[in-house]
Design a protein around this ligand. Structure first.
Ligand code: PLP
Length: 428
């Protein structure tokens, strides 16, 4: 691991030109550069609710595929803020788009429109397929995109929702209602009802459960939080046909898989399926909070005036971030690059022939290294100590969701370190 100078030379936020000493002191102190990790974490324990447990590191700077912690250590970010920083950290196009927009017009409320908001809605509609007459409701997160989708389903006049075992859709009460994990759900019951969970990937179970009382079937095209679980080929197409048969909406949650992460704009488009509702967030804003609920065809008009809202949703700064991300992914050929790098990673990890690696699954740059023993959390900790950020969504799964700009050489450094990380975790 590289240890940089503790002052992180070139850090842009040390002083704030034209500001009083007091304002400068308060804001530059936020970077944690001068205090180091331990002091920030002590303050964290006092000031921040303990929903996430104690953070493992304090990060103060990022550039490309690397981040630096408050003690000056450098890390290769192979998780990209949980599949968010598609273009890496401090991408110059995103930076200039955001700063240009905020310097011009930062917020106006949804009483008014802005060109950036309309342009992003139009662009997303084009990516989904203009022929499907798509319309967008903007949010600030994936959870909120799913809340909007949930409300659309209620406007069908039906209330039954079919979700799947292992599904994750967010933590608000509506999103929890369609999320499967009892540990997340049960402490907060009662949740909105009429939700049933079927085995993921089982088209026969779906065909047996869906009838004319079902409002919607909600599916992740690949279950990210459940450990990057890829359904059998033809599952999404079968779901589409079953929904069509019964007039139910097909709602695809692309919050983790969308915006190029799996090598296509949306993971479900690889299956040739058109969804009624697509929810997006994470990679859309490269770290600037923005989500979207895109509805097509008849579903796009189910929410009318007064039926839903958001103060920040569609904010022009968030919208310009989304436009910048889409433009760069297109310009730099990052969909193909994500496919190529994903395949490179699979080949290199499997070539290790390591007895603790049972499989590598996923698509594009959303990948799981499946271990033959439940030591993924220890491997993830060992990786962090060695300067690599990955995570362990299941006891036997290491997840990688690096920036789409990651190079083969960067992936190779992780693969070269992997045998030692596995051995040290196995010995612990
Ligand atoms: C598939 C899926 N849907 C929804 C969410 C919730 O998104 P957010 O955390 O932005 O609210 C997540 C987050 O991991 C997700 O993976």
């Amino acid at each position: 691991m590289t240890i940089d100078s503790p002052t992180l030379g070139g850090h842009p936020f040390g002083t704030l030109p034209g500001e009083s000493a007091e304002v400068s002191r308060q804001l530059s102190g936020l970077q944690g550069v001068k205090t180091g990790s331990a002091a920030v974490l002590d303050a964290y324990d006092q000031a921040v609710m303990g929903t996430f447990g104690r953070p493992k590191r304090v990060f103060t700077r990022g550039e490309g595929c690397h981040v630096w912690d408050a003690d000056g250590r450098k890390y290769l970010d192979l998780l990209a803020g949980l599949a968010v920083n598609a273009l890496g950290h401090a991408h110059p196009t995103v930076l200039s788009a955001i700063t240009g927009q905020i310097a011009t017009l930062g917020h106006v409320s949804n009483f008014f429109a802005t060109p950036a908001q309309v342009a992003l809605a139009t662009r997303l509609g084009e990516l989904v397929g203009a022929g499907t007459r798509p319309k967008v409701f903007f949010t600030n997160s994936g959870t909120e995109a799913n809340e909007a989708a949930f409300k659309i389903t209620r406007r069908t006049g039906r209330t039954r929702i079919i979700s799947t075992e292992g599904a994750f859709h967010g933590r608000s009460l509506g999103a929890l209602a369609i999320t499967h994990n009892p540990k997340y759900r049960e402490p907060f019951e009662p949740l909105p009802g009429h939700v049933e969970f079927l085995p993921y990937g089982d088209a026969t179970a779906l065909a047996g459960a869906v009838d004319d009382t079902v409002a919607a079937v909600v599916l992740e095209p690949i279950q990210g939080e459940n450990g990057v679980v890829v359904p059998p080929a033809g599952y999404l197409a079968a779901a589409r046909a079953i929904c069509d048969r019964h007039g139910a909406l097909l709602w695809i949650d692309e919050v983790q898989t969308g915006m190029g992460r799996t090598g296509t704009w949306f993971a479900h488009s690889a299956d040739g399926v058109v969804a009624d509702i697509i929810t997006l967030a994470k990679g859309l804003g490269n770290g600037f909070p923005v989500g979207a609920c895109v509805a097509t065809g008849a579903a796009s008009t189910l929410l009318g005036p007064g039926s839903h809202g958001s103060t920040f949703g569609g904010n022009p700064v968030a919208a310009i971030a989304g436009l910048a991300v889409i433009a760069v992914i297109e310009r730099d050929g990052l969909l193909q690059h994500a496919t190529d790098m994903g395949e490179h990673l699979v080949r290199s990890v499997l070539a290790l022939g390591h007895p603790l690696v049972a499989d590598v699954r996923g698509r594009g740059l959303l990948r799981a290294i499946v271990l033959s023993r439940p030591i993924a959390a220890d491997v993830s900790d060992a990786a962090l100590d060695a300067g690599f950020i990955v995570n362990a969504p299941r006891p036997d799964v290491l997840r990688l969701a690096p920036p789409l700009i990651v190079s083969a050489g960067q992936l190779d450094t992780f693969v070269a370190a992997l045998p030692e990380l596995l051995s040290s975790a196995a010995a612990a």
